[in-house]
Ligand binder design. Structure first.
Ligand code: AHM
Ligand code: MG
Length: 305
């Protein structure tokens, strides 16, 4: 039984990064409690992208913000639920954290699995950099029947932890791996097939190959499924109304792209550019994403050109 702090210390992860991850993990425990006990209703407010917020979206955002402030390790944070970046006054650390406090909140009423996603960046400048240059770690939590916490550290792999009954995250699987070819598919934004024959052809080819469909409508459990089974592809292309798709570069796509690459998979935009090489021009910018088994993702992009 190894706690994540002990495990990461053995892997040579710095004390500062472990401490930041400890605070993130603490916020995950409080969010998990709020999900079980809190009010699942609407908040009568909208986030930076003009989407309706649940009370739980706002609560999760505040829990993370407070915990990151207490850590004194983050210089700057930016949340999917807030318009502006927040710069913490001194004493503060050298990391920036981008996060989606409650991804898949439209699934809360249906009681499907949802998650939180975090990107950890070096320095206090996100605009103008790329995930490849500045992201040093990312992590996500899956709130399902069990609470799972997955951490990717640059050049140190992807590792899965599970919350036990006494509130500790214990290692359950080391060095998660994504194989190059897969028999699963998780086709997001199928609405795009209405205006994009190439995406229709791609989805039909997955059906013709008799692949197994695994799609829940939540990016976190859908991509976590790929990590668990060591194979799969998740897609979320642009459509006529949304020229950059729906999913956000800083809060969702870049953190998961580090996870995918560290596990031996890949993550590309619709033109085949690695998501980790996209330059950040706006905190709330979006990008189409194709992520998972390397050969599947590359073949998919070829079909879409
Ligand atoms: P959210 O951050 O507002 O919850 O939106 C992100 C979620 C993803 O988890 C999921 O892949 C996607 O929205 C599904 O959206 P849609 O059903 O509109 O295609
Ligand atoms: Mg989200």
């Amino acid at each position: 039984m190894q706690s994540f702090n002990h495990f990461l210390r053995e892997k040579g992860v710095s004390g500062e990064l472990r401490s930041l991850l400890y605070h993130i993990a603490r916020s995950v425990k409080y969010i998990n409690f709020s999900l079980r006990a809190g009010n699942t209703g609407k908040n009568q407010s909208q986030n930076a992208s003009g989407e309706d917020q649940l009370k739980l979206d706002v609560m999760a955002d505040h829990i993370i913000m407070d915990e990151l402030e207490k850590s004194e390790l983050a210089a700057l944070i930016i949340s999917e639920e807030q318009d502006q970046v927040i710069k913490f006054p001194a004493p503060r650390g050298t990391f920036s954290v981008s996060y989606d406090p409650l991804d898949g909140s439209s699934l809360v009423d249906a009681n499907l699995a949802i998650g939180s996603i975090f990107g950890i960046w070096e320095g206090d400048q996100l605009i103008g950099t790329t995930g490849r240059k500045s992201m040093i770690a990312s992590c996500y939590a899956v709130y399902g029947p069990r609470v799972i916490f997955v951490i990717a550290v640059k050049d140190k792999g992807v590792h899965q932890f599970e919350l036990n009954d006494v509130g500790e995250f214990i290692l359950v699987e080391e060095a998660l791996h994504i194989k190059p070819d897969s028999k699963y598919f998780s086709p997001g934004n199928l609405r795009a097939t209405a205006g994009n024959e190439k995406y229709l052809t791609l989805v039909q080819s997955w059906i013709a190959e008799a692949r197994t469909l695994r799609y829940s409508g939540g990016m976190v459990p859908d991509i976590h499924h790929i990590l668990c089974k060591s194979e799969g592809i998740f897609s979320y292309p642009r459509d006529q109304k949304h020229e950059h798709g729906k999913l956000r570069l800083l809060f969702e796509c870049a953190p998961f792209s580090l996870v995918a690459e560290e596990a031996g998979g890949t993550s590309l935009d619709q033109e085949g550019m690695p998501i980790l090489d996209l330059e950040i021009s706006d905190p709330h910018e979006r990008t189409p994403i194709f992520i998972g088994s390397k050969n599947d993702v590359e073949k998919s992009i070829a079909v879409l050109q």
